[in-house]
Design a binder for this molecule. Sequence first.
Ligand SMILES: NC(=O)c1ccc[n+]([C@@H]2O[C@H](COP(=O)([O-])OP(=O)(O)OC[C@H]3O[C@@H](n4cnc5c(N)ncnc54)[C@H](O)[C@@H]3O)[C@@H](O)[C@H]2O)c1
Length: 279
Amino acid sequence: MYNLLKGKKGIIFGALDSNSIAWKVAERAHEEGATFVLTNAPVAMRLGTISKLAEKTGSQVIPADATSMEDLENLVDKSMEILGGKIDFVLHSIGMSVNVRRGNHYTNQDYNFTKTGFDVSALSFHRVMSVLYKKDAMNEWGSVVALSYMAAQRVFPDYNDMADNKAYLESIARSFGYFFGRDKKVRVNTISQSPTPTTAGSGVKGFDGFIAYAEKMSPLGNASALECADYTITLFSDLTKKVTLQNLYHDGGFSNMGVSTGIMNEFMEKEIPKDAKSE
Ligand SMILES: NC(=O)c1ccc[n+]([C@@H]2O[C@H](COP(=O)([O-])OP(=O)(O)OC[C@H]3O[C@@H](n4cnc5c(N)ncnc54)[C@H](O)[C@@H]3O)[C@@H](O)[C@H]2O)c1
């Protein structure tokens, strides 16, 4: 380990279980010398295993629903108390679509569900930064990272309304990032991560096909949750101080591919008649 986060203080949203990307980030941040508060929605405290992570990393857990300003204000105040000062890094690793969960097709959404998913997955990022900004809770050269997916730019039919939520999330990173950078010297970025087998990821219809396709398409293969955590650590570290307002692809090269030989071969085998092959 490199002590990349020695002395830094943070807040990590979204560790549900040991598959969660946020869980890996917490483990890596701990290894790199950071201290931090863990947070998740009150319901996740019951469903998940966050207390194990807290024990392992010597952290305290403060429940907060990321759609509640009251909860977020309490979280930021208490975190500064516990950590003994301002915050250096924040991870927003939150996503949920009720339409996906209920199997509603993109063309036939329940708009109340759409609103809830948007509030949880996208607007919450604005809320978190707004509370940090107004309370002047971030240290200069601090770093805020949220997790996104390429469906914000390209069509992935079964990603459903989460595609629109991610597009909005990435836009918030740029728009809020401008003010956070100008006024407080804080950087804001999103990481666009490969499909990853977690609770949120596996909820997407056809996820197995999705992840296998991306694996074959990417020259370096899919990025794992741990590799995503490593990348996130660099963005929290002082080695990336002038990186801001970016959506950074962490996907083994998938986002710049047209087609790979692995994918081509599948179609060649299927489409070229056996007779033709043997000639
Ligand atoms: N898994 C993937 O394939 C993949 C790919 C790209 C991006 N992402 C993104 O990574 C992030 C983390 O997801 P993950 O894959 O680790 O899955 P995960 O299910 O482990 O994490 C999602 C988290 O969101 C939390 N959450 C839901 N509603 C909340 C609320 N109201 N308040 C606070 N927290 C709430 C959940 O409790 C959970 O901890 C999400 O933004 C997701 O969209 C995931």
